[in-house]
Design a binder for this molecule. Structure first.
Ligand SMILES: Nc1ncnc2c1ncn2[C@@H]1O[C@H](COP(=O)(O)OP(=O)(O)OP(=O)(O)O)[C@@H](O)[C@H]1O
Length: 330
């Protein structure tokens, strides 16, 4: 399925500049709950930016401050200090800023369960300030793009969970926001529905919308995000392009798997390069240039695989939140 979403405007209403494509800019946000001895600093110093068309995975353990940050971005709670700018506008002072935000938070609770799919789109379109004809037009288009046309007259409570999730995202896009806040978009979905929702998220980003993705499903975050920001105890402890962060935590050990047996001469030559030989596998942590010498020594035995130790986002995340350094994986 290709998603022909309208392209999202990427200009910044108040400051056309090199930062024109910045959909979200958050500077030094702080928020405490409670007073006196019960005062608790949930968000200590959070700065983030998301460009148009970019997916930022905002990750952190339970209680790290993600929801508090997102609520400040969405204008739902006021920061103690710091700034939020959505397409250049302050959601706490300029209500127009909120027209640039779509949100699917806490599952699919942004839907009315007794209304049909189309009625939900109509209702939220009008609520977002669209004339009813335009809301209907966009609603029908979104249903088509999200493969829900056949279910347009079905009440939400009779849709499958995957369909409800797709509809929740469609509803959040009815007013064509520049920023989409997505919380756990694939949680509880079966493999196929999860793949469909992931494909939709990618297409929404490709159409120019910036996406702030929060999830504890780190494989989904790894697949979908361009960049990752990790929050721990209210502070951002890492913010980097996803693949660069994974590379930073990856090792430099190669594993070479082959078929057959090595001659004594081959074993000697390979051991001389500093490699460790076990049955049908060689582990090599030397210079990449020497890897080719080693592969030469293996001729003519068939190679099965040459792999480099590679971290995944789950390993990176665990190292970061446990406060371990950026050293390669053991
Ligand atoms: N209304 C509130 N009053 C007091 N403390 C709060 C309130 N909301 C959140 N907190 C506290 O602030 C901290 C951050 O909570 P927050 O919900 O932002 O974390 P989170 O990263 O979204 O966690 P999770 O992944 O579990 O949803 C937690 O210690 C939480 O108990």
């Amino acid at each position: 399925m290709t998603l022909d979403l309208p392209s999202f405007p990427t200009t910044q209403p108040e400051s056309p500049s090199p930062a024109a494509a910045v959909a979200l800019a958050v500077h030094h946000l702080r928020k405490s709950y409670g007073r006196g001895k019960k005062r608790f600093e949930a968000v200590r110093d959070v700065s983030l930016t998301i460009q148009a068309g970019e997916v930022l995975a905002f990750l952190g353990p339970n209680g790290a401050g993600k929801t508090t940050t997102i609520k400040m971005i969405a204008g739902l709670i006021r920061p103690d200090s710091g700034q939020v700018r959505i397409a250049g506008l302050d959601p706490h002072r300029q209500s127009r800023a909120l027209k640039q935000v779509g949100a699917v938070l806490e599952g699919n609770r942004n839907l009315y369960w007794k209304l049909t799919a189309l009625e939900n789109l109509d209702y939220f379109g009008v609520l977002r300030g669209l004339p009813s004809r335009l809301a209907r037009q966009r609603g029908l288009k979104l249903l088509e793009q999200f493969d829900l046309t056949a279910k347009r007259q079905t009440p939400v409570q009779k849709l499958s969970r995957g369909m409800q999730q797709k509809l929740a995202i469609a509803v959040a896009l009815i007013h064509q926001p520049q920023l989409l806040l997505l919380d756990e978009p694939t949680l509880g979905l079966d493999v196929e529905a999860g793949e469909t929702v992931k494909a939709l998220v990618r297409q929404i980003a490709q159409s120019g919308c910036a996406i702030l993705l929060t999830t504890h499903q780190l494989d989904v975050a790894e697949e979908l995000s361009d960049r990752v920001a990790v929050i721990r105890q209210g502070e951002i402890i890492a913010e980097k392009p996803t693949q660069a962060l994974i590379r930073q935590f990856s090792g430099s050990t190669y594993r070479i798997t082959f078929e057959g047996s090595l001659s004594d001469l081959q074993k000697q030559a390979i051991a001389a390069l500093g490699a460790v030989i076990t049955a049908e596998q060689i582990t090599f942590a030397g210079e990449p240039a020497q890897l080719y010498q080693l592969l030469d020594q293996l001729k003519p035995l068939p190679l099965v695989a040459v792999t480099k130790d590679q971290a995944d986002l789950t390993q990176v995340f665990l190292k970061l939140v446990r406060g371990e350094s950026t050293s390669p994986l053991a």
